[in-house]
Design a protein around this ligand. Structure first.
Ligand code: NIG
Ligand code: ZN
Length: 425
């Protein structure tokens, strides 16, 4: 049965980001939100049919106004559904004990090198059944939706064997099919060197390159290929091999770069033409310039820096250097166990020198471009998917100013209302 059209009207402020579908916004263009006062949208067949002022939309649809379900957005901010372009959504278990260890002075890498961290979640994820993984990840996905997020990227990387990596990717696929939030999958077999390869890490790289990447690509279980390029994990040379193998099999490159130490990850991202380089807390100035030249999107994760008690990436410097910046939660059980994209935007302002306008562009259209979906989501334009979030604040400045509260009121996914009054329907 066909859903009724939805007519959103009288929005106090609407962020359209019109004209941003072809390429990510960079430099001063990151502040061009395409604001509309008394904004209105006509949604039908899962798509945005018209964007304009309430009077303009009413004039075009005057014969059909009675058919529509009306959403009165007076007093509210209307934005594109938020997009999270970097998550480790599918995993089993929890690591709050490691948080306590870090509060007592242990570092993230020390915990990982002593068999905890990513290794602990890998053990739990290998042991978990498809059903358990699905159930645990589903709860997080519901929470994403309640925080206004309508699309998430989801990485594998807690299996580290072909079988367990495929299990994670298959759970992501099942969640995508089952849940209103869309999932875009990334293969990240090169997330850590598993203990069985500790003495011969290059043999694990061979396994990624020769076995896992070709099989994942053949089964079409991922669109992107990611690697944790960090001292003590994968070297730039190993990372290059992994990313090039992905490219050969049609998986687009992404990279966890320069998170803990400067390690020429940003430079490598530019060299291989990565869609995005993520983290970048310790990226070099040369790396930033190279990313700008190569058009690599910086996916910044201020929640991770906050939770690891580290200095944040310099978002301001990257925007001023012409790098398109996107924001993400990095949702994972170790360095950022959160789904709160609005809080991530707040941290973008408070910790990375970004403006309230820039963080909104970074969490919508630039995030969409970071997962190659800029043509279908991330802005409010006729023909795009009807993914919309309504916040209980009158304007985008207030969304950043009234921090630490979930202001999401209504979420519409592909033209269907899925959250109302902050409650999942
Ligand atoms: N840094 C590597 N990977 C994740 C953390 C994974 C974990 O600790 O479980 C990240 O992006 O922060
Ligand atoms: Zn990550």
């Amino acid at each position: 049965m066909k859903n009724r059209p939805i007519w959103i009207r009288h929005a106090s402020q609407m962020v359209t980001l019109a004209g941003s579908s072809a390429a990510p916004l960079a430099g001063k263009r990151m502040s061009e939100l395409g604001l509309l006062e008394n904004g209105s949208l006509w949604l039908e067949d899962g798509l945005i049919q018209m964007v304009g002022t309430t009077d303009e939309v009413a004039a075009v649809y005057q014969e059909r106004l009675g058919e529509a379900e009306v959403i009165d957005a007076a007093g509210k901010l209307v934005t594109p559904g938020l997009v999270d372009p970097h998550t480790h959504l599918v995993y089993a278990g929890s690591r709050e004990h490691e948080f306590a260890m870090r509060l007592n002075g242990a570092t993230y890498m020390e915990i990982m090198n002593s068999g905890g961290g990513i290794h602990a979640t890998t053990r739990a994820t290998r042991e978990a059944s498809h059903e358990t993984l699905f159930k645990e990840s589903l709860q997080r996905l519901d929470q994403f939706l309640l925080h206004g997020v309508t699309t998430v990227e989801a990485k594998s990387g807690y299996g580290l064997t072909l079988e367990a990596e495929l299990k994670q990717l298959e759970v992501a696929k099942a969640l995508h099919e089952h849940h209103p939030v869309d999932l875009i999958s990334t293969f990240m077999g090169a997330h850590a060197v598993p203990p069985e390869y500790r003495e011969c890490p290059d043999a694990f790289v061979d396994y990624c390159v020769d076995v896992m990447i070709p099989e994942v690509a053949k089964r079409r279980l991922a669109e992107f290929n990611d690697v944790f390029c960090e001292r003590g994990v994968f070297t730039p040379a190993q990372s290059r091999r992994i990313l090039q193998a992905g490219i050969k099999h049609g998986l687009l490159p992404k990279i966890h770069a320069d998170e803990i130490e400067p390690y020429e990850g940003a430079e490598l991202a530019a060299e291989v033409g990565a869609v995005s380089a993520d983290h970048l807390l310790r990226a070099s100035d040369t790396g930033i310039v190279k990313m700008a030249e190569a058009g690599v999107i910086a996916v910044l994760l201020p929640g991770t820096a906050f939770f690891l008690m580290a200095a944040s990436a310099d978002g301001r410097k990257m925007i001023d250097a012409g790098v398109p910046v996107a924001l993400s939660t990095d949702c994972n059980p170790g360095s950022s166990p959160t789904v709160a994209m609005p809080l991530i935007m707040n941290l973008g302002c408070l910790k990375m020198g970004m403006t309230p306008a820039e963080v909104l562009a970074a969490a919508t259209i630039n995030a969409a471009h970071a997962i190659k979906r800029g043509h279908e989501i991330g802005s409010l334009e006729a023909g795009k998917k009807a993914d919309i979030t309504l916040f209980n604040v009158p304007n985008y400045m207030a969304l950043q100013y009234r921090y630490g509260v979930n202001h999401v009121h209504t979420v519409i996914k592909a033209g269907v209302k899925v959250v109302e009054g902050g409650v999942r329907l």
